[in-house]
Design a protein around this ligand. Structure first.
Ligand code: HEC
Length: 137
């Protein structure tokens, strides 16, 4: 049931961005994730987003992994993948293209949350994450 609601939420999110010509923004994505989580936008918490970013977890091969591992301790800085590929900064203050394409955001949340947490992030976690990143200067 919850899974079904999440799926239809994502479908609506996808449709909305298709109709709007992918004119998403950090604020519109926060609103959509809050709605999916069933909470007001004011219930998204930047400190929880920061904790999600920094907390290390045991990865698949026992190594410590975190979002900061690739995106660096400071998300206004250029990051590196584990094979050394450049990643543009994740914070919108340093990279205005971030959080402007719902499909891209969903794709990378799915992939990176699986990588670090070995599960998908919840709508609340995604909202918290964007709430924090969009106030990083
Ligand atoms: C193994 C390296 C790696 C780790 C660990 C990682 N990421 Fe990423 N992330 C990437 C790459 C590569 C991209 C895509 C390239 C790009 O957009 O510059 C990306 C892009 C993203 C995007 C897309 C944002 C946008 O609008 O363009 C989001 C959201 C994201 N990551 C969230 C996370 C979160 C949340 C975590 C921790 C749970 C995390 N990442 C951990 C490598 C990583």
């Amino acid at each position: 049931m919850i899974k079904h609601m999440v799926c239809s939420g994502l479908a609506i999110l996808g449709m909305a961005s298709a109709m709007a010509g992918a004119a998403d923004s950090p604020a519109s994505l926060m609103a959509q994730y809050a709605q999916q989580a069933g909470v007001p936008v004011s219930a998204l918490a930047a400190p929880r987003g920061a904790a999600l970013y920094r907390t290390e977890h045991a990865g698949r091969n026992g190594q410590a992994v975190s979002c900061a591992g690739c995106h660096t301790a400071n998300p206004t800085q250029v990051g590196r993948t584990r094979v050394g590929k450049r990643i543009e900064p994740l914070a919108p203050a340093a990279n205005p293209q971030r959080f402007t394409d719902a499909a891209k955001v969903e794709k990378w949340f799915r992939r990176n949350c699986q990588d670090v947490l070995q599960r998908e992030c919840s709508a609340q976690e995604k909202g918290d994450f964007i709430a924090w990143l969009s106030q990083v200067k």
